[in-house]
Ligand binder design. Structure first.
Ligand SMILES: [Zn+2]
Length: 65
């Protein structure tokens, strides 16, 4: 008969398995091309508010010169 500790262990095990599965989701790769805001070429653009922008524009930072 399962006691409370066994039940807690089963829950913890299921929770850990869920977290591992969530952590294994692939990171979106992004695409190379021209930023829709600053117009510069970047090896990796991110989809942001429906457009493709560089990380600088997305974050509201200026590109280092
Ligand atoms: Zn940009």
């Amino acid at each position: 008969m399962a006691d409370h500790i066994d039940m807690a262990n089963d829950l913890a095990e299921a929770e850990t398995a869920r977290h591992i599965a969530a952590a294994r989701q692939p990171i979106p790769v992004g695409v190379a091309g021209q930023c829709e805001q600053c117009g510069d070429e970047f090896p990796r653009l991110v989809r942001d508010h429906g457009g493709l922008r560089c990380g600088f524009c997305r974050d509201g930072r200026r590109k280092p010169r």
